[in-house]
Write a protein that binds this ligand. Structure first.
Ligand code: NAI
Length: 403
């Protein structure tokens, strides 16, 4: 193994995991087997529940199809001062809305040598982390969480089920020159396959959840008349994709590729290969699950992994359901995904009519204001990760290459 990789791994002696959800449980169980692990869990009473769960069982157990890990973190606390000092590696397994308060909490206790890595990064993680931790911070992000995982009922602080592990997940870093070392080090620590991507900016564009989730919600519900659905006729989410919805998703994807091409013209030496057309991404990611890969419509409607999944709904009374717009498909994937991409497009003067239609519909159903006319300067932009929020106005400010 090259010397730098060994050095990076050897430096990761003390690891702090931020979060107390499904992903944090998996990280804690795998990493605590060999490393000194702490958990930062300030949300609600999670720290107390994690502590008592570990007390009962001797450590969190992660159960995958063919493997089990069990590990007990050394320290679990809701207080930053208890867990961050001395950390070599900080892992954020959080919804993107919790990144900013968590970065602010750790900032006084970590140095420039500490790696801070988000799983997943979502859009604009680099801008947010630099704004809070400073330009010298070492940061990285994963394109998604490597596992599909759930804490079973009654298992909080004790168990987590790993339902599936992704074949390969992209990782981008700043300094970019260290992405390969970090990908190797983290792959070894987490027992997953991570592949280096060009930049965190490329990762922002490569986030397909920002297209799929809001795009399908828009397609399914933009003409909804407000009448509740019965329990048995709530629409399928992926299975409800019509040829027209697929066409809109393709138009959104084409706009992202136009943004990528405009960036590539400004930064030709950068690697943008990870920013794939949506159809190519579906075919690659679900090669073994899609029965008919002819086009985007068939990719969604014949994908075994999506079988039977319904659109997010809330029960308003017995046998009466309405779409749940406040869920992550709109409230995470738009402000921490699509708005970052739309903001880059605005800086590069790339038109995005298909993306704009989704944002305008979503801000209407959510009662938010992001897009005003053709500008991202609505009242809710400061609570998003659009680059305009960080006063980034030129391509050079979007990507500050550090090796
Ligand atoms: P989760 O919902 O189980 O846990 C989220 C955790 O974040 C909470 O337990 C809490 O500790 C923390 N948190 C939430 N709101 C907070 C706030 N306002 N302040 C401080 N902390 C807060 O989420 P999970 O499943 O661990 O997922 C983490 C991320 O990974 C999410 O972005 C999710 O969309 C993504 N993801 C999850 C997958 C899965 O199978 N669980 C698969 C792919 C992506």
């Amino acid at each position: 193994m090259p010397e730098t990789q060994t050095a990076t791994m050897n430096n990761f002696k003390r690891i702090t995991i931020c979060g107390g959800g499904n992903g944090a449980h998996v990280l804690a169980s795998i990493l605590s087997v060999r490393h000194e692990v702490a958990i930062y869990a300030p949300f609600a009473d999670e720290a107390a529940r994690l502590n008592s769960g570990c007390e009962r069982t001797g450590g969190i157990r992660a159960q995958a199809r063919d493997k089990t890990w069990q590990g007990r973190p050394r320290r679990i606390s809701a207080h930053a001062a208890d867990v961050f000092p001395g950390s070599d590696l900080v892992l954020l397994a959080l919804p993107a809305s919790a990144h900013a308060p968590t970065l602010q909490a750790m900032a006084p206790f970590i140095g420039d040598e500490t790696w801070v890595i988000a799983l997943p990064a979502r859009g604009g993680f680099d801008w947010e982390a630099r704004a809070i931790l400073g330009a010298q911070a070492k940061i990285a992000g994963l394109q998604t969480l490597p596992w599909a995982c759930r804490i079973p009922a009654g298992g909080y602080g004790e168990r987590v089920d790993i339902l599936g592990t992704k074949t390969v997940v992209g990782l981008a870093a700043d300094p970019a020159g260290l992405a390969s070392d970090i990908a190797v080090a983290l792959s070894t620590l987490l027992k997953v396959n991570l592949a280096p991507e060009g930049s965190l900016l490329a990762l922002t564009l490569a986030n397909t959840g920002q297209l799929i989730h809001p795009g399908i919600m828009y397609g399914l519900f933009r003409a909804w008349d407000g009448a509740p659905f019965g329990e048995d006729n709530a629409p399928l989410f992926y299975g409800g994709v019509t040829p027209a919805i697929a066409a809109h998703l393709e138009a959104m994807s084409a706009e992202v590729l136009a943004v990528k091409d405009a960036l590539a013209a400004h930064f030709p030496a950068q690697n943008w290969a990870g920013v794939l057309p949506l159809l190519a991404w579906c075919r690659r990611s679900y090669a073994h699950d899609i029965a008919d890969p002819t086009d985007l419509h068939t990719c969604f409607t014949t994908n075994r992994a999506y079988d039977g999944l319904r659109a997010p709904m809330q029960v308003i009374e017995e046998n009466a359901l309405t779409p749940w717009f406040e869920g992550r498909y709109l409230t995470e994937d738009i402000p921490f995904g699509l708005l970052a991409t739309r903001g880059i497009a605005e800086i590069l003067a790339v038109p995005t009519p298909a993306i704009d239609a989704v944002i305008l519909w979503a801000q209407n159903v959510l009662g938010r204001e992001w897009l005003v006319g053709d500008r991202l300067n609505g009242a809710d932009i400061p609570a998003s990760r659009a680059p305009q929020r960080y006063d980034l106005t030129s391509p050079q400010q979007l990507l500050q290459v550090r090796h």
